[in-house]
Design a binder for this molecule. Structure first.
Ligand SMILES: CC(C)(COP(=O)(O)OP(=O)(O)OC[C@H]1O[C@@H](n2cnc3c(N)ncnc32)[C@H](O)[C@@H]1OP(=O)(O)O)[C@@H](O)C(=O)NCCC(=O)NCCS
Length: 164
């Protein structure tokens, strides 16, 4: 399996710790506990995705359908191994998750981005452009709400867009 054709699939429990390691090596993402990634890989696998290259976890995307809005996928984290970036893997993960049965009703994508995460802004701006969908942003969690030493988290909402 090469980088141009990663195997994209739902995560399983055995992916939990490799995902934890991937996120640990992907600043500026906040690292959650290994237990959290195990939970996502088991109970939330329908709205998460792993990209596998040479039988190793090379990319990961997590999210959920917003409990108050079945048409909205909230993307929690997306990361691609440093040596594999810039080759379309994050875009593939994003397109794949939106094609899954759990996202059948999804017409909006939401995520939060810190103001200085250029790669992340570029990824979601490219997604909005590809889908010809509007992108709106506003601060969701302020620096103060995040304890004072974390950049604000800006909510990005993209849509409506067509799936498929
Ligand atoms: C953000 C991240 C997931 C992007 O993954 P990737 O596989 O390299 O992204 P892709 O190759 O699919 O690129 C998708 C688009 O984003 C753009 N892009 C990605 N990284 C970029 C960068 N560093 N600078 C400028 N543009 C960038 C690409 O050019 C492409 O846009 P285009 O179609 O206009 O050319 C990756 O950089 C990463 O893991 N970063 C660390 C973790 C993180 O910050 N995650 C996001 C917050 S949840």
């Amino acid at each position: 399996m090469d980088i141009k054709n990663p195997l994209i699939r739902p995560p399983v429990a055995d992916d939990g710790y490799p995902i934890y390691t991937l996120i640990k090596n992907s600043p500026p993402l906040d690292l959650n506990s290994a237990y959290l990634y195990l939970l996502q890989s088991t109970y939330f696998s329908q709205t998460c995705a792993v990209a596998e290259v040479n039988e190793a976890v090379a990319g990961f995307l997590s999210g959920f359908i917003k409990p108050t809005a079945p048409d909205t996928f909230f993307l929690w984290q997306v990361a691609v191994g440093e040596n594999l970036r810039g080759q379309g893997m994050a875009r593939k993960l994003l397109n794949w998750i939106l094609e899954q049965p759990a996202c059948r009703e999804v017409r909006y994508l939401e995520t939060t981005i810190t103001p200085d995460n250029a790669a992340s802004w570029a990824l979601f701006q490219a997604f909005a452009r590809d889908r010809q969908a509007p992108l709106n942003d506003e601060v969701l969690f302020s620096k103060q709400q995040l304890g004072g030493s974390h950049e604000p988290e800006v909510l990005v909402r993209i849509g409506p867009f067509n799936v498929g």
